[in-house]
Ligand binder design. Structure first.
Ligand SMILES: [Zn+2]
Length: 273
């Protein structure tokens, strides 16, 4: 780490588990290389359970996120906003202060076109800081960061108004087990809530051994298309050359036009651990 500059990555997900799913493999590798990564869940995820109360769910989710952060070796903060997030000025300033204090090189979140209203609100809140992060008269109580951050979107499957663009890709085949360890921390999500809401009403993780639970997590990742198939294969081969043709898992990112902008090749290199 002596020669290479320490890079700082700040990821805002709407719920505890979004950061892990969409950027966990990148975070593990950046952290292992000595870079600084912070995950923030903008909501507490409190509505995401079929039997626990909202208060109980929020308490469980905070512990699960902390455990996942320990696995990855990163800071994982869960804000106490209930689900039903709104892109208010107060919320925007709250995120602005978090961004300035962390002083990231890159800020990543959802795109504003997404099925979930909390994802859309988080995206709007984060992207609405891209310009004002360097405007001194916004949040005068918090000092400006030394470097203007770049902003990027994490992958999604939505095609209206336009599909996600595969600007950069980070293969995480070498740390897939660690990423699964992170997801495994979110038990109330991957083994309880998500199977239930997605219609697997007979799903019972207590009857599964650890290998079966692992397989379930892997299948879930693949169902979210967080694997190197389809259009991200082109991005992988552009970045990794021949090796990109056989990679299995990748997290992909699109640079936002609202912030300081890197040339494509530079952004691709920047996102690599
Ligand atoms: Zn979410």
């Amino acid at each position: 780490m002596s020669e290479q500059k320490v890079k700082r990555l700040l990821f805002f997900g709407a719920h505890p588990d979004d950061c892990d799913l969409l950027c966990g493999g990148t975070a593990v590798q950046w952290a292992a290389a000595g870079h600084k990564v912070k995950f923030v869940s903008v909501t507490s995820g409190d509505t995401g359970h079929q039997t626990l109360s909202r208060k109980e769910t929020a308490a469980v989710r905070e512990k699960e996120a902390a455990a996942s952060g320990r696995v990855a070796g990163i800071e994982y903060q869960v804000l106490d906003h209930p689900c039903g997030l709104e892109p208010t000025t107060a919320n925007r300033y709250e995120l602005l202060r978090i961004i300035r204090r962390f002083a990231p090189d890159v800020v990543i979140s959802h795109r504003p076109c997404d099925y979930h209203p909390d994802h859309r609100a988080a995206a709007r809140l984060v992207m609405d800081t891209a310009y004002i992060v360097m405007v001194p008269h916004y949040c005068e109580d918090t000092v400006l960061p030394p470097v203007t951050p770049i902003y990027a979107y994490c992958r999604d499957r939505f095609e209206d108004p336009r599909p996600f663009r595969f600007d950069a890709a980070v293969c995480f085949d070498g740390v897939i087990e660690k990423k699964l360890d992170m997801l495994d921390c979110h038990r109330s999500q991957f083994y309880e809530w998500l199977p239930w809401i997605e219609g697997f009403r007979d799903f019972d993780a207590s009857k599964m051994d650890s290998a079966q639970r692992r397989e379930w997590l892997k299948r879930y990742l693949e169902s979210c298309r967080i694997s190197a198939a389809g259009p991200d294969r082109d991005a992988l081969t552009a970045i990794y050359g021949e090796a990109g043709k056989t990679m299995v898992y990748a997290e992909t990112f699109e640079q936002s036009p609202y912030s300081r902008h890197l040339p494509l090749e530079e952004f691709r290199r920047f996102m690599l651990p």
